[in-house]
Design a protein. Structure first.
Length: 364
């Protein structure tokens, strides 16, 4: 029989067991609530990653597709999975590489990485960025971004307009200023980008800027370059007006234009092809922005380069980047089909490499 002392000990032992079981149940409930809390702010981010992957899969980017190494941007923001990149930028790079491999277009898509090309590429060593200048597509604003990143000015608003293109004062080194080994290292490792726009619209912009609106600031375009083009390409010798767009088109479409280009020097950068400026088939660019979608492309480029927390692209006035089909058709309306086709033949590489369609007025 159990003595009163033994019964007392058993009741104490039983109570202790119940207490342990109760504490275990409370602890288990606490742990379960902690790890199932959807509003937790811990470092565990698997649900966010799964959501991101799901969104990419919804646009049918196949997971098993292995992109060639040459397609991979070098920006800090994309050191991880390529599926996180917006599809449009991958498509642009894929189109570029496909056209580069088209042997029928080789003469229009390939160029040597010469000093002329290296002079067009500006360097930001601090953030490992290369920017190839393609005039008449908003390059002034991108140069301001790089000037700030290089530390010459603390903000874009502080940069005087006369400093932006003064390469003695703006703190923007050109890639051509480095040794061959340093050039190769930067081309291999840095984030590289440039901007394009519809080739014919860009030519109209160059003509208006250099021969119509702005000659008093750059008088050599009106007083030296325009007369040279007129003497060679104007059909009506009795016409005394300044350079007309028809003269400009005839000059650009002439297969023998280079003899004049040499005389004009680097001033021709405003109307030479993107191929000649940036060698896109020889240099593996990380991103190609389009002027027509600059509102989206500018922040994307800043993020891809890992600098979106340091600087912003200047505000874009409404409508300024929209392709103006009516304006293009108006400028080309008085020009012969022969001259337009010769012009297109010269810039066909730019149209094909960057996905611009052949103008409708050439198809009629």
């Amino acid at each position: 029989w159990l003595t009163p002392d033994n019964m007392h000990h058993q009741w104490l032992l039983l109570a202790a067991c119940f207490w342990v079981i109760f504490m275990f149940m409370v602890a288990s409930k606490f742990i379960t609530l902690t790890f199932k809390d959807p509003d937790g702010y811990g470092t565990k981010q698997e649900p966010l990653i799964l959501t991101a992957v799901t969104k990419v899969e919804e646009v049918h980017m196949p997971e098993e597709k292995h992109w060639p190494e040459e397609f991979q941007p070098t920006g800090k923001a994309f050191s991880g999975n390529l599926l996180r990149q917006p599809l449009v930028h991958m498509e642009r790079l894929e189109l570029l590489r496909n056209v580069c491999r088209d042997t029928a277009l080789r003469d229009l898509s390939h160029t040597a990485v010469s000093k002329f090309v290296l002079d067009r590429i500006f360097v930001c060593d601090k953030h490992k960025i290369l920017f190839c200048q393609t005039p008449k597509v908003g390059n002034t604003q991108w140069k301001k971004v790089l000037i700030v990143l290089n530390g010459a000015f603390s903000s874009i608003e502080e940069i005087p307009e006369n400093i932006v293109h003064d390469h003695e004062k703006n703190g923007l080194p050109r890639l051509s200023s480095f040794s061959d080994s340093e050039i190769k290292k930067r081309l291999n490792l840095y984030f590289k980008f440039f901007i394009v726009r519809d080739p014919f619209e860009r030519l109209i912009s160059a003509f208006k800027d250099k021969f119509v609106h702005n000659p008093r600031f750059e008088p050599w375009y009106r007083h030296e370059i325009a007369p040279g083009i007129i003497r060679k390409y104007r059909k009506n010798r009795t016409e005394t007006k300044g350079l007309q767009f028809e003269d400009f088109v005839r000059y650009l479409g002439d297969p023998n234009h280079r003899w004049l280009d040499v005389q004009f020097g680097d001033h021709i950068i405003h109307w030479v092809t993107y191929v000649e400026l940036c060698a896109p088939c020889e240099i593996t660019y990380s991103v190609i922005g389009h002027h027509e979608t600059l509102e989206d492309d500018a922040p994307y480029i800043l993020k891809a380069a890992g600098i979106d927390h340091l600087v912003s692209y200047p505000t874009i006035p409404p409508g300024i980047t929209v392709y103006n089909r009516t304006k293009v058709e108006r400028y080309f309306s008085g020009i012969s089909k022969r001259d337009i086709r010769r012009l297109y033949a010269r810039f066909e590489g730019d149209f094909k490499l960057f996905g611009y369609r052949e103008p409708d007025f050439l198809l009629n």
